[in-house]
Design a protein around this ligand. Sequence first.
Ligand SMILES: NC(=O)c1ccc[n+]([C@@H]2O[C@H](COP(=O)([O-])OP(=O)(O)OC[C@H]3O[C@@H](n4cnc5c(N)ncnc54)[C@H](OP(=O)(O)O)[C@@H]3O)[C@@H](O)[C@H]2O)c1
Length: 293
Amino acid sequence: MQKEHPVFSPMIQGYWRMAEWGMSTQQQHAFVKQHIELGVTTVDHAPVYGPESACERMFGDVLTLDSSLRDQIQIVSKCGIYRGEGKYVNHYNSGKAAILESVDESLQRLKTDHLDVLLLHRPDLLMDADEAAEAFSQLKAAGKVKHFGVSNFTPAQFALLQSRVDESLITNQVEINPVNLQVTEDGTLEQLQQERVRPMAWSCLAGGRLFSEENDQFQRLRSTLHQVAEEIGANSLDQVVFAWVLRLPSNPVPILGSGNIERVKTAVGALDLQLTNEQWYRIWVASKGHDVA
Ligand SMILES: NC(=O)c1ccc[n+]([C@@H]2O[C@H](COP(=O)([O-])OP(=O)(O)OC[C@H]3O[C@@H](n4cnc5c(N)ncnc54)[C@H](OP(=O)(O)O)[C@@H]3O)[C@@H](O)[C@H]2O)c1
């Protein structure tokens, strides 16, 4: 049984690919309402999603079309990545002024007065944790952000920031899927479990590559996922992958990347599935191409 999270829904709808979905504002509105009905009430955004922050802007148009939606959802957005688009080199900035400015811009685009969660999008080698903490306090006091977290942070980077921020960081949003096992091996998930902080899991389906790539690892994975799907009565491979992510003891909250409501429905069905240890490790072995020690 999945634990309830005080802030997030059991699964989160990701909006990174929203600009590629080719939907009108009315179609986007219908999609948001449908995933809310499925219990997916948290949405994940970032200023760098879509050309010139198109995804936050498009989502803001949906909230303008139907202002009643805002109270039914929790909005996660991020800050810290600067794409130069030929004018300057891509870089990170988690200085106080940059964080404050980025949040103001996100709020304007999203047409809302607050974010439920703000994440530092990537570890910034120049991050001064005291400055970032000051920015967080100021945003909290102004009512612009309710909770704070990070994304793609190592345990040491997480611990450093936490040592300066008054309230608990509420997540580390990281890549979790059976293809890339890094966070299961480098202490990231152990630290979060220790701190009782639930990770958010991005690209659970390896960005869709699980269905298309032809190398040995992906072929082994697909064949094992089919086998396990039959054993547990899952509808599809994606459902098994979400069940695999959910089985981790740090209790990840999967972020869904699909703009297809039927796939969102399938993913939500994984909340009722439970893999045995043997099934979970069979998928791990398929990924690695070798047995456990
Ligand atoms: N913090 C970070 O650094 C970071 C990085 C990456 C992503 N994220 C967040 O995580 C969210 C999810 O990431 P993601 O989009 O990479 O997730 P994903 O679920 O791994 O990939 C989604 C892609 O897979 C395709 N797909 C899903 N089911 C499929 C199926 N059965 N057959 C074929 N293709 C299928 C989807 O296409 P359809 O739309 O056609 O279904 C979509 O293009 C993002 O929206 C974003 O919010 C965060």
